[in-house]
Design a protein around this ligand. Structure first.
Ligand SMILES: NC(=O)c1ccc[n+]([C@@H]2O[C@H](COP(=O)([O-])OP(=O)(O)OC[C@H]3O[C@@H](n4cnc5c(N)ncnc54)[C@H](OP(=O)(O)O)[C@@H]3O)[C@@H](O)[C@H]2O)c1
Length: 426
């Protein structure tokens, strides 16, 4: 019996699938116990002729050609975004086809609905490539780490913003220079919002929360700050103090519940995440069993992402062969409870612009004291004669204190809060 698959879309990732199925044919066939055939590829009418000239595949343009074909076992959605991907996946699941996708936007926003449809139709929905592309993090969390209790997940899961931050840190480039180069190299889209504002990373935090903590948070419940406002002065001060700045997604469970955030973070240079550079990704897991572990690799790209897609195909293929009933990719599920902001503690970096005259640090320390925040370090980082830049590193404070002190600073007309970032480490 042949395992028949259909691809929806034939772009960057999809074109990596036939490559791997050919190059790794022997191993894949041994793993599944049968050969894999790409029966059909759904493409846009406007692209069909061009693709037919280039590739020897059976290209079709109507989703019915795929979902009504009883020979097709697995549908691989690689179109991206919400529609028509959602409608196509729904139709495929309802036609009794297993589905593989790499679509984090869709899974983070409509994943539960699609998972329910898959369960109702007794088919599998797998999406290893949706988080950190080539890193097999979801299956690791679902299979190998199911014996462990996870307390915290930190992730550098957006290659575009990590490439930009690496250039800003290593080469001293401005945000604008880093973005321009990322766009020229094809790492950043012309509208970079999802990458630089932390939205893409937040989608991945939603999915990671389900696998690591069994909780289903909404993407709006992930607090998001992007990298647009990071200045060369912030980067320079971080370096001076022994840190690098990176866009980090974090999920932690405290007694009151779960807290998920995407924000720039000061990472100590000796921390494993500090060495995750350029477009590479990493997911750092703290747990009661293993302790600390990090999963590192390419978060995007044709071959890495297609490798995760093909791994899903193999897993479904094996399950079909041995007639294992379909089951959800992630089986860990419990009540979703969000943390009390009073319980989420971190050290913080503050950069402020204050009048360049005596008494300003005292005035600032009174504001922080009022909010019961103590300074670990205070520096003056330059002056233009009329205003000085002041940098403060605090001891641990809560999210609530952060909001309170931010509001108090903003109420002092002569003070300007330029930036405030989390500082990792005890
Ligand atoms: N690229 C990566 O490294 C990466 C990493 C992780 C996850 N992903 C995810 O993988 C998915 C695919 O990404 P990609 O980078 O391969 O995107 P891509 O290169 O833009 O490919 C998408 C393809 O879908 C086709 N398409 C658009 N609408 C269609 C429709 N209605 N019917 C059939 N085909 C349609 C497009 O055709 P035309 O070219 O003819 O417009 C395009 O070739 C996305 O969900 C993405 O988030 C990608």
């Amino acid at each position: 019996m042949t395992l028949n698959i259909a691809l929806l879309g034939f772009g960057t990732v999809a074109q990596g699938v036939p490559f791997l199925l050919n190059e790794n044919k022997e191993k894949i066939e041994q793993a599944i116990g049968t050969n894999v055939e790409i029966s059909k590829i759904l493409v846009l009418e406007s692209s069909k002729e061009r693709l037919e000239k280039q590739f020897d595949h059976n290209f079709v343009t109507k989703i019915e050609d795929v979902v009504d074909d009883t020979e097709i076992d697995i549908v691989i959605e690689l179109i991206g975004r919400i529609e028509p991907a959602k409608t196509y996946i729904t139709k495929a699941l309802k036609s009794g086809k297993h589905v593989v996708t790499a679509n984090k936007d869709l899974l983070a926003t409509h994943g539960q609905e699609l998972i329910s449809i898959a369960q109702a139709n007794n088919v599998s929905l797998y999406y290893e490539a949706a988080v950190a592309g080539g890193i097999p993090i979801l299956r690791t969390l679902a299979n190998s780490l199911n014996s462990d209790k996870i307390t915290k997940v930190l992730g550098i899961v957006n290659g575009t913003s990590n490439f930009m931050m690496t250039k800003m840190v290593d080469e001293g480039w401005s945000y604008e220079e880093a973005l321009k180069t990322a766009q020229e190299l094809g790492f950043a889209e012309s509208d970079p919002t999802n990458d630089v504002d932390g939205i893409d990373a937040a989608y991945k935090m939603v999915i990671l929360s389900q696998f690591a903590f069994g909780m289903n948070i909404n993407v709006d419940q992930v607090s998001k700050t992007g990298i647009r406002n990071i200045s060369p002065e912030d980067v320079e001060m971080a370096a001076k103090l022994g840190y690098v700045i990176k866009l980090v997604g974090s999920i932690e469970e405290v007694e009151s519940g779960l807290f998920a955030q995407v924000s720039p973070v000061f990472i100590p240079k000796g921390h494993a995440l500090a060495s995750v550079n350029n477009e590479m990704n990493a997911v750092y897991v703290e747990s009661i069993g293993i302790g600390e572990s990090m999963y590192y690799g390419p978060g995007a790209g044709q071959r890495p992402t297609a490798t995760s897609v093909v791994a899903d195909i193999i897993n479904i293929g094996k399950e079909i062969q041995v007639e294992i009933p379909a089951h959800p990719f992630n089986q860990f599920k419990r009540e979703t409870v969000l943390a009390n902001p009073d319980d989420i503690k971190s050290k913080y970096y503050f950069a402020l612009e204050v009048p360049d005259k005596n008494g300003q640090i005292l005035k600032l320390s009174e504001i922080y004291n009022d909010t019961e925040i103590s300074f670990a370090q205070v520096f003056q980082q330059g002056s233009n004669g009329s205003t000085a830049r002041v940098v403060i590193i605090t001891h641990e404070m809560t999210q609530k204190q952060l909001h309170e002190v931010t509001e108090k600073i903003e109420n002092v007309p002569e003070f300007k809060l330029l930036n405030s970032f989390k500082v990792l480490g005890a």
